[in-house]
Ligand binder design. Sequence first.
Ligand code: KIV
Length: 283
Amino acid sequence: MSNEIMTELQKSIADFKKAKKVTTHTLQEMKQAGVKISMLTAYDFSMAKIVDDGGIDVILVGDSASNVMAGHETTLPITLDQMIYHASSVVRGINRALVVVDLPFGSYQGNSKEALNSAIKIMKESGAHAVKLEGGREVKDSIERIVSAGVPVMGHLGLTPQSIYKFGTYAVRATDNEEAQRLREDALFVQDSGCFSIVLEKIPAHLSAEVTASLKIPTIGIGAGADVDGQVLVIHDMLGINKEFKPRFLRRYLNLYDQIKIAVEKYSDDVKGMDFPNENEQY
Ligand code: KIV
C-alpha cells in the first residue's frame, strides 16, 4: 500500500471513530472506504460499557452466551427471553456501538411468521438495533419478512453452531467444492433477501476473500482469514477467561483466568490472615 493511500485510510479510520452512533449505514460506508469493522460479543451491562468505550463498532449479543455465561455445551438451550435479558443489559451500557442480537435456536426456524414475531419481541423488549440469524436459502423468507418490518438482519454462514448436531463437529466448513459453491450461492441469497451484513465463520480464507469481493454488503469473519470487511471474536475467548478453548484463529489479548484467580486467592488469604479490612478500610 502506498504512503498516500495509507494516510487516506488512517484519516478515514479517524473519521469513523468520531461517529456518534454506528448504524448499518455506517458499516456500509466502512466497507466502501476500506475501513475494517471491529465486532466483539458482550452479554452484560458492565462489559458492554467497557467494550463500547474501547471503540468497538458492533456489539454482538451472541447466543454464545449459552456457552460462556450459562455453561452449556452448545448454543441450543438458550431461550428468547434469556437473549432479551442479556441484550437489554448490553443496550443500557452503550453509547456508540450498533447492538446486534442473535435469534436463538428454535425461535425462527419454524416459519417466517415465527421469525418475525421473535425479531419484533427482541427489538421491543431489549432496545437493540438489529438481529442475526444462521443459514442461507432456507431462511430467505424469514429474512425478507423481518427486513420488510423494518428490522435490520445480519446473516451467518459457514460454521453455524445451531446446526452442530447436523455437522457433528466444529471443524472448518466448506473445504470441498460442493459446500463452497453452496456457500457462495447462499451469500448471494442472504444479500438479496436484504441482510445488511454477513458473519462468515470458520471457512477457508480464500473462500471468504472471494465471497467478500462478490458482495456489496460487509462480511465479518471469525476464523475466516484477513480478506473480509471486519472481524468478530467472543469476548471471553479474547480476554483469556476461557483456558480450554484454543482454536487457531483466536488471538488472546489477556490471560484473565489466571489474573482473576490470583486476585481471588490473594483476597481469600487477606481475609483469613485478618489483613483485610485494615484501619483505612472501615468506618
Ligand atoms: O454467538 C456468537 O458469539 C456468534 C459469533 C461467534 C459470531 O455467533
